[in-house]
Design a protein around this ligand. Structure first.
Ligand SMILES: NC(=O)c1ccc[n+]([C@@H]2O[C@H](COP(=O)([O-])OP(=O)(O)OC[C@H]3O[C@@H](n4cnc5c(N)ncnc54)[C@H](O)[C@@H]3O)[C@@H](O)[C@H]2O)c1
Length: 318
């Protein structure tokens, strides 16, 4: 049965792919986004768009009262880990208090199911066991991860006290088309865009830090399956495989045909050294498996940025 869904952050990278996937399954999608890093052109043409800031509870409440959603997929956030270290208070304002405003609006309008974009990459710190499953102790190294952990505690409370179905999807490093190359996060988008323009790229640290890179279409599918199967609790979304930044850079150099230089700069504080996520709990629950290999995902991402550069900044929804 078709549902009304609010996707916060649906003008951004992951949220817009989730919105696309929900529209494709016949659901009625409304996007709530302040457009601070997202772009209006990322919102599916079939979705309704509301420009609102999650740090403004009254504005969020107005959108919810109008849409009266059955489901909420909460992706709007301050997404930079280094920014969160520089200004933990601003990070918490968006990522904790803003999320609470979305949860409250959801409770007031009787939302059935609330899915939250959490993090695996920044939640477990530098864990001993690799790949890390959901039983790994929560030990974030930066305020960004601490804020995500705080929201997960709220999700549990809303489930227990208000009977809302709540779910945290703990993403690994998500990459793919539409990721912003202008932010500080998202090594793939930043390097792909720079390499295509012929500019040198800079790796922070020795490049041997390892991440679990998961393609955005696989992440969008995890969201759709979670809603359709009524999933609650906390689940990792990752490939289980750790790839080094140097390895990803080598693949990008090949796909972009880059002949310039890759430079190194000092490592940044709060960065995790090595992480890969065990998503077997999600596989057992809904049959989810990552289907796009790193090489193929990077090929598609470079192709997207190449096309975007060719078409200019006002390229249509792709
Ligand atoms: N990209 C990753 O690897 C990754 C990993 C783990 C978790 N996440 C989470 O996934 C979600 C989406 O991240 P993304 O990579 O697509 O980033 P993004 O910046 O592309 O998307 C975030 C969207 O939220 C909007 N937004 C930001 N602050 C807002 C506010 N105060 N009010 C309303 N809208 C606001 C932005 O305009 C943007 O459209 C975030 O919650 C992020 O923390 C991302």
């Amino acid at each position: 049965m078709a549902k009304r869904v609010i996707v916060t952050g649906g003008a951004g990278f992951i949220g817009s792919h989730v919105a696309d996937a929900l529209v494709a399954r016949g659901h009625e999608v409304a996007v709530l986004d302040a457009l601070n890093t997202g772009e209006r052109g990322n919102v599916p043409t079939k979705a309704t768009f509301y420009q609102a800031d999650i740090t403004d509870p009254a504005a969020v409440r107005r959108v919810f009262a109008e849409v009266r959603p059955h489901w909420v997929d909460h992706h709007a956030a301050q997404i930079s880990v280094p920014e969160s270290t520089k200004d933990p208070v601003a990070d918490a304002q968006a990522n904790v208090v803003g999320s609470l405003a979305v949860l409250e609006a959801a409770r007031e309008t009787g939302v059935e199911h609330f899915v939250f974009a959490s993090t695996g990459g920044a939640l477990y710190g530098d864990p001993e066991k690799m790949p890390s499953d959901e039983e790994t102790p929560i030990a974030p190294l930066a305020p960004y991860g601490a804020a995500k952990a705080a929201v997960e505690v709220y999700l549990g409370m809303y489930a227990r006290t208000w009977g809302m179905r709540t779910l945290a999807l703990r993403y690994a490093n998500v990459y793919g088309p539409r990721q912003s190359p202008h932010g500080e996060a998202g090594v793939v988008a930043i390097f792909a865009a720079r390499m295509l323009s012929g500019a040198n790229s800079t790796i922070f640290g020795d490049g041997e830090q390892q991440r679990d890179f998961v393609y955005v279409d696989d992440v969008a599918l995890a969201n759709v399956l979670a809603f359709e199967r009524g999933l609650t609790g906390s689940y990792n979304v990752g490939t289980g495989v750790a790839a080094s930044v140097n390895e990803v850079t080598r693949l990008l150099v090949r796909h972009a045909g880059f002949g310039g230089q890759v430079l190194h700069a000092a490592e940044r504080p709060g960065e995790v050294r090595r992480i890969a996520l065990d998503a077997s709990r999600l596989r057992r629950a809904v049959g989810w498996e990552p289907s796009v290999s790193l090489d193929e995902g990077l090929r598609r991402t470079v192709a997207f940025f190449r096309e975007k550069a060719r078409a200019g900044p006002r390229s249509p929804h792709a």
